[in-house]
Design a protein around this ligand. Structure first.
Ligand SMILES: [Fe+2]
Ligand SMILES: [Fe+2]
Length: 155
């Protein structure tokens, strides 16, 4: 039986496992739906992210068992599109949910080694958010270029 101290953590980690399975299938579907030049540009990214998500499901499922729980095997709704920008947007939403769920798990975590694992893992998921936001052109570089700065200073 699950250690009662870890019941809330196990519940949230099970949400995470389900989200990782969803991400693994969604990225795999997106890799199949690519056509034209986008196939060359994005197929490896989608395939790699699918494998990575499956690895995360395994890693956190193993941890759930270690904490005395049973990993769920539920896959959420898969969102698909034939348009690569829509695919990236759908995948960005899943990655943002991943940052959120692991952050909630971190807050609920009373088990120190697992807390360290979660800290590292939040960084991994946030890196995926960063990459997808850059691919979607959602990152704005607001700092002025050096030449523009110089021109402004000499006025
Ligand atoms: Fe993940
Ligand atoms: Fe991720």
């Amino acid at each position: 039986m699950a250690n009662p101290d870890h019941a809330e953590l196990i519940k949230i980690l099970n949400e995470a496992v389900s989200l990782e399975y969803t991400a693994a299938v969604q990225y795999n579907q997106h890799s199949m739906l690519l056509t034209g030049r986008d196939r060359r540009l994005f197929e490896d990214l989608f395939k790699d992210n699918s494998k990575e998500s499956l690895g995360h499901a395994k890693m956190w499922g193993d941890r759930i068992v270690y904490l005395g729980g049973i990993p769920k095997a539920e896959v959420g709704a898969i969102r698909q599109s034939a348009d690569v920008n829509e695919m990236l947007q759908m995948d960005l939403e899943i990655e943002k949910k991943a940052v959120d769920v692991y952050t909630r798990a971190h807050r609920a975590c009373q088990h120190e080694p697992t807390r360290y694992m979660l800290e590292n893992h939040i960084l991994d998921e946030d890196k995926d958010v960063e990459e997808l936001q850059k691919l979607l052109g959602k990152v704005q570089i607001t700092e002025a270029r050096p030449l523009e700065k110089q021109a402004a200073a000499s006025q």
